[in-house]
Design a protein around this ligand. Structure first.
Ligand code: AMP
Length: 191
């Protein structure tokens, strides 16, 4: 089973993807995490992506598509993947369709974690504070970048909703409930 977990920054995709991955034995593929580890390892990819990420902008489609494509070719992805943070543009979604078709795979579900727009900023700020407190702060955890990431979501990523709605694979859960409740809603969808 291959799933896209979709939602604005702060919707809680990471936590749900982690849980689904361990529960259903699927690979959790987070493009944000892949980029952050590329930065930590000092690779060329990391060096070229760091400024873009720190500014809250999107890394170019061709760069992201290439790293996802390469990761999907690794053996462990054969049992299914849960994509978190990818695709983020319609061009990436189309590339994903082609990529899956080329590997003889299909996209089974796109699960949108729906959150109240007004609650988002407070939610991401709280999460950033918590990361600072525990020494796991991200370099894109400041207020300006958070604002930019939300704007980028609206402009580039939200248009994926009608794209997937038309394909008939989009399902939504109420992301304003507790983590456990959101998890139950997702489990019900996955049946
Ligand atoms: P995330 O951890 O998913 O919030 O991603 C952190 C940052 O990595 C984003 O703000 C982007 O700069 C970059 N990034 C992650 N995934 C993508 C993607 N699919 N396309 C472009 N940029 C991405």
């Amino acid at each position: 089973m291959n799933i896209v977990l979709f939602g604005a920054p702060g919707a809680g995709k990471g936590a749900q993807a982690e849980r689904i991955s361990s529960m259903y034995g699927m690979v959790h593929l987070s493009t944000g995490e892949m980029l952050r580890s590329a930065i930590t390892s000092g690779s060329d990819l990391g060096a070229s992506a760091k400024e873009t990420i720190d500014q809250g902008n999107l890394v170019p489609d061709d760069v992201i598509v290439k790293i996802v494509d390469a990761r999907m070719d690794e053996g462990d992805c054969g049992e299914g993947v849960i994509l978190d943070g990818f695709p983020r543009t319609v061009a990436q979604a189309k590339a994903l369709d082609d990529m899956l078709a080329g590997k003889g795979l299909a996209l089974d579900h796109v699960i949108e974690i729906k959150v109240d727009e007004d609650a988002l900023f407070a939610r991401i700020e709280k999460r950033a504070l918590e990361r600072r407190r525990t020494g796991t702060a991200r370099s894109d955890d400041n207020a300006d970048t958070l604002r930019k990431r939300l704007a980028v979501y609206h402009e580039n990523t939200a248009p994926l909703l009608p794209y997937y709605l038309e394909k008939g694979v989009l399902r939504s859960v109420d992301g304003m409930r507790s983590i456990e409740d959101v998890a139950t809603q997702i489990d019900n969808l996955l049946g």
